[in-house]
Structure formats: C-alpha cells, structure tokens
Design a protein around this ligand. Structure first.
Ligand SMILES: CC(C)(COP(=O)(O)OP(=O)(O)OC[C@H]1O[C@@H](n2cnc3c(N)ncnc32)[C@H](O)[C@@H]1OP(=O)(O)O)[C@@H](O)C(=O)NCCC(=O)NCCS
Length: 122
C-alpha cells in the first residue's frame, strides 16, 4: 500500500462518493459528486490517495487539524487497508467524528487505538 497525493479522480472514486452505501457517513452525503466538485474538495481538503498496486482504492485526509476522515472503496473494504492507512497517517492526539450508527468506523478507530471521549481520540 502507498499513501500519496491523488493523481487522477477515477470513475470508481466518483461511483463510491455517489453510492449511498459508501457515502452514508461522509460530509458529501446527499450531494451528487462530479469531477468538478471532487476537484474542489481535493483542493480544499488535501486528501491522500490510498494506492494498492498503483490503483486508487480509497482516501484518507486530515480535514481540520487534527481531525481525520477515511473512505475505503466498497470493493476493497474488510481487507485491512483502512486500518493500515489509519496507522500510517494517524498521529498522536488525532480526533474523528463518527456517527454512532457507523459500526464499521467505530470498530476501525477502536482497533487503531482511538478511545471514545467527547470525540473519538487517539
Ligand atoms: C470505515 C471504513 C473506512 C473501514 O475500512 P476497511 O478498509 O474496510 O477496514 P479494515 O478492513 O481495515 O478493518 C479494520 C477493522 O475495522 C472493523 N470493521 C471494518 N469494516 C467493518 C464492518 N463492515 N462491520 C464491522 N466492523 C468493521 C473491524 O474491526 C476490522 O477488523 P477485522 O476485519 O479484523 O474484524 C470503510 O468501511 C468505509 O470506507 N466506510 C464508508 C466511509 C466511512 O464511513 N468513513 C468513516 C467516516 S468517520
């Protein structure tokens, strides 16, 4: 796995952002995403791409320091990529906001060592 700036907005990235299953807990939920909106989001939020075999399989970003957010595309979930990306990019004293019904994310952040406080905190 490589964590590096996003080179190209792939169709799979757009599909995942527009899929209610994967975007349910993202800030862009309910807002249709196009190359133009994603380009602006990338410019504003400076996410990293998560690359496996040189293929974009997800994104990880620190939205407002020190708040971290993560998306792993549907076809690549439950393979350990989210945990590995979080461990690589996460630093001490990071925060994340998680919807209490987002069990996958709660488990992921717990596994990475985050503790539930007022906000989930590493
Ligand atoms: C949350 C998310 C990033 C997890 O990424 P992932 O690469 O699938 O996670 P991993 O494979 O590294 O899993 C690590 C641990 O997280 C937990 N987990 C991941 N997906 C889970 C699921 N669907 N249900 C329950 N626990 C889950 C498990 O504890 C897992 O360890 P295990 O496989 O040994 O049981 C991914 O589901 C996703 O992108 N969801 C949509 C976007 C989102 O909700 N982002 C978070 C906003 S705060």
């Amino acid at each position: 796995m490589k964590i590096k700036p996003i080179k190209t907005i792939t169709q799979e990235y757009l599909d995942n952002l527009n899929n209610p299953e994967t975007n349910k807990f993202l800030s862009t939920h309910g807002k249709p995403q196009t190359k133009t909106t994603v380009k602006k989001w990338i410019k504003d939020n400076k996410p990293y791409g998560v690359y496996v075999d040189n293929k974009l399989i997800g994104t990880i970003h620190i939205s407002v320091i020190p708040v971290i957010g993560i998306l792993v595309f549907k076809n690549y979930q439950r393979k350990g990529y989210g945990l590995e990306a979080l461990k690589r990019v996460g630093q001490k004293k990071m925060l994340t906001g998680i919807d209490e019904s987002n069990i996958a994310s709660i488990n992921l952040f717990e596994k990475a060592g985050f503790k539930p406080r007022k906000m989930w905190q590493l």
